[in-house]
Design a protein. Structure first.
Length: 260
């Protein structure tokens, strides 16, 4: 009898968090529905996951009150191609998001089945190249319990304090950390499913103020004493948050640079 394990992608589920309002984009729609070069952000995110990890289960966490995003997911799961961006016949389910990001991640985890590994990915990083997904999955397969893609910080970063004279400005520089020890993290963030599920159960019982301070799942792992490994990110995995971000993403697509 063969003892070969299934390929990593087949043991992996990807939770795409797509329930945000996107108010900073100034559109009267959820961020995941905003077109990026004519294709909804969520659709591009699903397509990038399907291209990078064929065979992985995809769980899209979408706003409960936006039928267009639910239909997009049904179309992908049913096996109908849509604008050549979603691979036909995906193992994809959609679930309703919660009031906070942590609530949405927990809703997604409830639908991942028995996958050994879970990647939590922002729909807003819809141009993430396959190599980033592969690096995260490889690190999990090598034994990591938590891993995130990251890039060196190129800007000089300042910590701040209240200004001594608020009539001049509200803040003053407190310190300047060395850039060599700083990284900007991206998604997908990868975890052993059992570890992330147990951690999110703990968050559900925390006071609201403490829970809301958990801005991503890597921070949750840090708070619980887990080692979080870093793998190389990619500048194309930018998070589309503002109109300028959207313009840059569309420029990358026009130049044929996305997912390459």
């Amino acid at each position: 009898m063969s003892t070969d394990l299934p390929p990593p992608a087949a043991r992996t589920a990807v939770v795409i968090v797509a329930a945000g309002s996107g108010t900073r984009l100034g559109r009267n729609m959820p961020k995941a529905a905003v077109p990026v070069a004519g294709v909804a952000m969520l659709e591009r995110a699903i397509g990038s996951v399907a291209d990078a990890l064929p065979g992985a289960r995809i769980v899209a966490v979408v706003p409960a009150g936006h039928p267009g995003l639910w239909q997009l997911c049904r179309t992908a799961a049913a096996g109908t191609r849509h604008d050549d961006c979603v691979t036909a016949g995906l193992d994809l389910v959609a679930v309703a998001g919660g009031a906070t990001r942590n609530d949405s991640v927990r809703a997604g985890l409830d639908a991942v089945g028995d996958a050994e590994h879970v990647l939590v990915h922002d729909a807003a990083r819809c141009l993430t190249p396959p190599a980033v997904f592969a690096a995260v999955v490889d690190a999990l397969a090598a034994g990591a319990r938590a891993v995130v893609p990251a890039l060196p910080v190129v800007d000089t970063i300042k910590t701040v304090r209240a200004a001594p004279d608020p009539a001049i400005a509200a803040e003053a520089v407190d310190s300047t950390p060395a850039r060599s020890g700083l990284r900007a993290v991206q998604t997908p963030q990868g975890f052993r499913r059992a570890v992330l599920v147990a951690a999110q159960r703990q968050v559900a019982a925390w006071p609201a103020e403490r829970a809301e301070a958990v801005t991503d799942d890597a921070l949750l792992m840090e708070m619980l004493g887990e080692d979080v490994y870093l793998v190389p990110g990619d500048e194309r995995a930018l998070k589309i948050t503002t109109e300028l971000d959207l313009m840059l993403a569309e420029a990358l697509i026009a130049a044929g640079e996305e997912h390459s």
